[in-house]
Design a protein around this ligand. Structure first.
Ligand code: GAP
Length: 514
C-alpha cells in the first residue's frame, strides 16, 4: 500500500474499533490530546507490562519508581529546562500564524517527497506497475532521495548545528523560498525561542501563589529521588531506576496523530554508573533497547539508529532508535549519556549532597547516568502501523473478500482469545462460557455470539485477537473445539482441555524476553 494512503486508514481504524479517540470530541476536540478507548487501554497496558518486565523484573539491579507530576519549581531551573527547553518559532507577519522554523523546512522537504510519490504514480500507470511493487518502490525511493530534498535536508541539519541557529534557520527559510501555507507570503519575522513547559499556579491566594510546571519528562523525578532509592534499596553502582508516567509539552506543531502530543506518556530508565564507564553502558543499552522493540515484533528493516550531532543541554552522547512510521522515519526512543549533569545541578541548587560512596575505593562521587527514554504513545503507534494489514482472502461463499488484520504480537494483543458458540442455543453458549471461565484467570478473553462465525473472525482479525475458539454441535459429543490462528487462518480441532496448552507457548513472556 502507498505510504500516504495507509496513514489515514490506520487513524480511522484506531477510532472505529475503540483504540483511540480525540480528547473532548463532543466539544470539537482539543488539539494534540487523545484518549485511549477500550482496546487502546489494553494495548497500552500490555506495552507497559512488556517494558516493566524487561527493564525491572529481568534486571536485578533496576528498581521502579512513581514520582509526582508536580515538583518544586527549582527542579526545572536546576535541570536547565527553564532556560533551555525551547523550540525555534517564526511568525508570518501577514497571516499572524506561528510556526516551528525547523518543521516549516521539514514540510518543504516533505513536499518534494509528495512530488516523488506523484511522479512514481504517473510512471506506474505508464509502465503498468502495481503500487507497492518492487519497481514502483525503487522508483519512489530514487525520487525521495532527489537532489532538492537532500540539499534542503543537509541545510536544515547545518542550521540546527550552527552557533547562531536561529538566524541560520531563518536564512534557510528565506533562501528556500518557503511561503506561509495560509497567506502564501514570505513576510517572515525573526526566529525566537519558545519554552515548551506548561505552567500552573500552586496555592489559592493571589500574590502568594507559586508558579509550577507540569513535568516535561519523568527523568527529573528520578534524579531528585536518587538518594532516597539508593539508600533504602541499598543498591550498588551500576543500578537503574525505571519510571512510567505522564509528561506534558506545549508543542507548537502537534501533528501526525499520537506521534507528537501535548500530554503523553514516557517509559524512562536512568542507569547510574561510575564516571568513565558511560561509553560501554551506552552501547549496552542501545543494543538492549533495539532487541526489546524487535522481540515485540517491530520489523527490523524499519528500524535504525540515528546519532545526534546537536546534543541536548544535558548530554555528552545521544542516539535515537528511529522507526519508519507511515509518514517517515522518525525518533521512537532516545538513548542519552547524561554524564553527572543532572545530579550535579540538583546538588548545586538544593545544597544537598547527591554523592555515592564506593565501598571498594572508599571514594565519594556524583554518579554518571545513561538514560533510555521511549514514548509509550509512539511505541503504540509504531506497533499499530507495523501490524495493520489489508489482504484478499477467500470468503465462505467461495468469492474473495478483503480482510483487515492487526498482526500484533500475541502478548500485546488486547484480547488473547475470543470464544464463540456456533449458535446461541442448545447448550453451546454454556460450554463457551465454561471455557472462558477457565481461561480468564490468565488471559483477557472475549465471548462473542453475534453474526455468522466468518463475520466474527473478521471482527477479531481487525482488533488483533490471535486465537478464536468455536464451540459447535460436535463439541457436545466429543469435547473438542475448533481453534483458529489469526495470521495463518489455520484451524485445528483440539480437546477443550488442551486449549490452554495450545495458546500458552505463544503468550509466554519467557519466549518473548529471554
Ligand atoms: N528524558 C529524556 C527525554 O525526555 P526526549 O527525546 O525529549 O527525551 C523521550 O523524549 C521520548 O519521549 C521520545 O523519544 C518520544 O518517544 C517521546 N516523546 C517526546 N515528546 C513527545 C510528544 N510530544 N508526544 C509523544 N511522545 C513524545
Amino acid at each position: 500500500m502507498n505510504y500516504d494512503e495507509i496513514f489515514p486508514k490506520i487513524i480511522s481504524h484506531a477510532k472505529e474499533y475503540g483504540f483511540i479517540f480525540q480528547s473532548s470530541e463532543i466539544y470539537d476536540g482539543l488539539s494534540a490530546v487523545y484518549d485511549y478507548g477500550q482496546l487502546g487501554v489494553e494495548l497500552k497496558n500490555n506495552i507497559k507490562m512488556a517494558w516493566w518486565k524487561a527493564m525491572v523484573q529481568m534486571h536485578e539491579n533496576i528498581v521502579g519508581l512513581d514520582s509526582a507530576i508536580l515538583m518544586h519549581p527549582t527542579v526545572w531551573k536546576a535541570s536547565g529546562h527553564v532556560d533551555a527547553f525551547n523550540d525555534p518559532l517564526i511568525d508570518n507577519k501577514d497571516s499572524k500564524k506561528r510556526y516551528r522554523a525547523d518543521v516549516l523546512i521539514e514540510e518543504q522537504i516533505d513536499k518534494y517527497y509528495q512530488k516523488a510519490i506523484k511522479d512514481a504514480d504517473k510512471r506506474a500507470q505508464k509502465e503498468g506497475w502495481e503500487k507497492g511493487s518492487e519497481e514502483y518502490n525503487s522508483f519512489l525511493e530514487k525520487g525521495r532521495n532527489g537532489v532538492k530534498a537532500q540539499e534542503l535536508q543537509t541545510r536544515l541539519e547545518e542550521a540546527l548545528n550552527a552557533e547562531d541557529s536561529l538566524t541560520a534557520l531563518r536564512d534557510v527559510i528565506i533562501e528556500a523560498d518557503i511561503v506561509c501555507p495560509i497567506s502564501g507570503s514570505k513576510n517572515w519575522s525573526e526566529v525566537k525561542q519558545f519554552n515548551l513547559m506548561f505552567k500552573a499556579q500552586l496555592g489559592a491566594t493571589e500574590g502568594s501563589a507559586m508558579d509550577i510546571y507540569f513535568r516535561p519528562e519523568t527523568a527529573q523525578g528520578t534524579y531528585v529521588n536518587y538518594l532516597n532509592v539508593q539508600k533504602t534499596s541499598r543498591m550498588k553502582l551500576p543500578f537503574g531506576i525505571a519510571q512510567i508516567g505522564k509528561a506534558f509539552r506545549n508543542e507548537i506543531v502537534a501533528r501526525q496523530f499520537i506521534f507528537r502530543m501535548r500530554e503523553f506518556e514516557q517509559m524512562e530508565m536512568q542507569f547510574f554508573i561510575k564516571p568513565g564507564t558511560q561509553g560501554e553502558w551506552f552501547e549496552y543499552w542501545k543494543e538492549q533497547r533495539r532487541k526489546w522493540h524487535q522481540a515485540l515484533g517491530l520489523d527490523p528493516s524499519k528500524m535504525r539508529f540515528h546519532l545526534h550531532e546537536k546534543l541536548a543541554h544535558y548530554a555528552d552522547a545521544a542516539e535515537d532508535i528511529q522507526f519508519t512510521f507511515p509518514f517517515g522515519t522518525k525518533e521512537l526512543e532516545g538513548i542519552h549519556s547524561r554524564t553527572d549533569f543532572d545530579l550535579g545541578r540538583h546538588q548545586e541548587f538544593s545544597g544537598k549532597k547527591l554523592q555515592y560512596f564506593d565501598p571498594e575505593t572508599q571514594e565519594s562521587f556524583v554518579p554518571y547516568v545513561v538514560e533510555t527514554a521511549v514514548g509509550l504513545d509512539r511505541t503504540f503507534l509504531a506497533h499499530l502501523s507495523n501490524a495493520y494489514d489489508e489482504e484478499e482472502v477467500p470468503s465462505a461463499k467461495g468469492t474473495m473478500e478483503e480482510r483487515k488484520v492487526l498482526r500484533l504480537h500475541p502478548v500485546l494483543a488486547p484480547y488473547k482469545v475470543a470464544v464463540f458458540p456456533l449458535v446461541r442455543k442448545d447448550g453451546l453458549p454454556e460450554i463457551a462460557r465454561e471455557i472462558i471461565d477457565d481461561l480468564k484467570f490468565e488471559y483477557n478473553v472475549m465471548y462473542d455470539e453475534k453474526d455468522a462465525v466468518g463475520r466474527r473472525y473478521r471482527r477479531h482479525d481487525a482488533i488483533g485477537t490471535p486465537y478464536c475458539v468455536t464451540v459447535d454441535y460436535e463439541t457436545k459429543d466429543d469435547n473438542m473445539v475448533t481453534i483458529r490462528e489469526r495470521d495463518s487462518m489455520h484451524q485445528d480441532r483440539i480437546p477443550i482441555k488442551k486449549v490452554n496448552d495450545y495458546i500458552r507457548d505463544r503468550l509466554d513472556w519467557r519466549n518473548v524476553l529471554k
